[in-house]
Design a protein around this ligand. Structure first.
Ligand code: SF4
Length: 283
């Protein structure tokens, strides 16, 4: 019964967003001046953050679920590879997310809090974060939601279609699920999931976290504790946690090795990959 209620809530949320967007496209809505000012402020905040990046490492809810090796190198101040276009990538992402919040507000979604600073003390270490939204549904239940902008590929294969919470759980290099549960734990609320915007098509998806999430919450908190232990232990040596993988191809349904070795998958997306090839390469 509760699952049907949850599914109905999600459909209503999706409907409200799409309905507002359609009405806006037909010129049937008017934006109040204070909404314009709020949006301008969130753009200003995004530019200020992206162009005044802090160099020092802090354990944050948004990053704790990433590979620990990356966080250790970041903490040690090791230089990361930077690409000039990343500035636009991050800024576009922030601004797309600000537009999404504006649309949600105007669509009549009951937003209880947005961009709320939260804190948790895990094993004596303070971990802070800024959650995107707390939304109250039609039944008065408040949940924490994260707003994500996604590429065409991630929107189609990670968040929608065969994607979704369980799929992300299988391969979560950015620690999105841990992030959601840490925000949830810090506020004493369930994690609702993600409101995702396809940066290329403008489509919006409501991607839900499971209704029964107590076990996951426990598991991710225990994992967060383990990670913090490693990250705060100054005596630990840096160790590469991954092994190179064999390059393979399929022949008559069988996997054949080419003899070449490839970088482990997490390393292919890591900004330490080229600057630290020696340190991170494994035999
Ligand atoms: S290159 Fe690989 S091993 Fe090195 S920090 Fe990145 S993910 Fe970790």
């Amino acid at each position: 019964m509760q699952t049907i209620v949850w599914q109905t809530i999600l459909m209503l949320l999706q409907f409200k967003i799409q309905d507002y967007m359609e009405r806006a496209s037909r010129g049937e809505v008017t934006l109040p001046p204070e909404a314009v000012l709020n949006f301008a402020k969130s753009c200003k905040d995004a530019v200020t953050v992206q162009l005044n990046k802090e160099k020092s490492y802090k354990i944050r809810m948004s990053g704790l679920g990433r590979p620990v090796c990356q966080q250790l190198l970041e903490k040690r101040g090791i230089e990361q590879e930077t690409k000039y276009n990343l500035l636009f990538t991050f800024l576009f992402g922030d601004i797309v997310e600000s537009i999404a919040v504006l649309v949600l507000e105007q669509a009549g979604v009951d937003i209880v809090a947005k961009q709320k600073a939260v804190k948790l003390t895990i094993d004596g270490t303070d971990v802070s974060g800024t959650l995107d939204l707390i939304i109250r549904d039609e039944f008065g239940q408040e949940k924490v939601w994260d707003v994500k902008s996604a590429s065409e590929w991630a929107f189609k294969f990670k968040y929608t279609g065969y994607g979704g919470y369980e799929k992300i759980k299988e391969d979560d290099p950015f620690g999105y699920i841990m992030q959601g549960h840490l925000y949830g734990e810090a506020t004493g609320l369930p994690f609702g999931g993600w409101i995702v915007i396809n940066k290329s098509s403008g489509e919006v998806a409501v991607v839900e976290a499971p209704e029964w999430q107590a076990d996951d919450r426990k598991e991710y908190l225990a994992d967060a504790k383990k990670r913090i232990k490693i990250l705060t232990d100054e005596s630990l040596e840096f160790k590469v946690p991954f092994k190179d993988v064999f390059e393979t191809y399929k022949e008559d349904g069988q996997e054949v090795r080419t003899g070449n070795k490839l970088l482990p998958k997490p390393c292919t997306m890591c900004s330490f990959q080229s600057t630290l090839l020696e340190r991170c390469s494994v035999a």
